[in-house]
Write a new protein. Sequence first.
Length: 145
Amino acid sequence: MNSLRRHTLQLALLAMVASSTPALATGNPVQVVYHIADGNDQALHALTNVRNHLVAEPSTKIVVVALGAGIDFLLEGAKDRHGQAFDAKVAALSSQGVQFRVCKNTLMGRKIDPSKVLLEAKVVSSGVAEIARLQAREGFVYIRP
């Protein structure tokens, strides 16, 4: 293969990759979904990751989806292992545009009244379906801290 043809092929491949990646193709901010399912320790770690993520790349659109034991930090009165309430951390990140979503299936399965969910969080019908939708239909990158 001559060098001109190889160069043309490389450019075509780069164009295909860029056009299939929404953030690269349009110059839009990166979109990330953080998956929390393992309880308050994972949530504390994730919230630190989210805060650091926003410091490094403030334009990033971040959605935190919680299900299973991962919803606990988004319930009224939840505290981390150091005894500090999660609500202030959630409120601070929410004020920076971070969205929080809680799995309704988990709430129902654990018999938790949706009114116990922090105001910053939106209840969605299914946490796993929400993660899949964000990835497949909206081009979000998946992170599970």
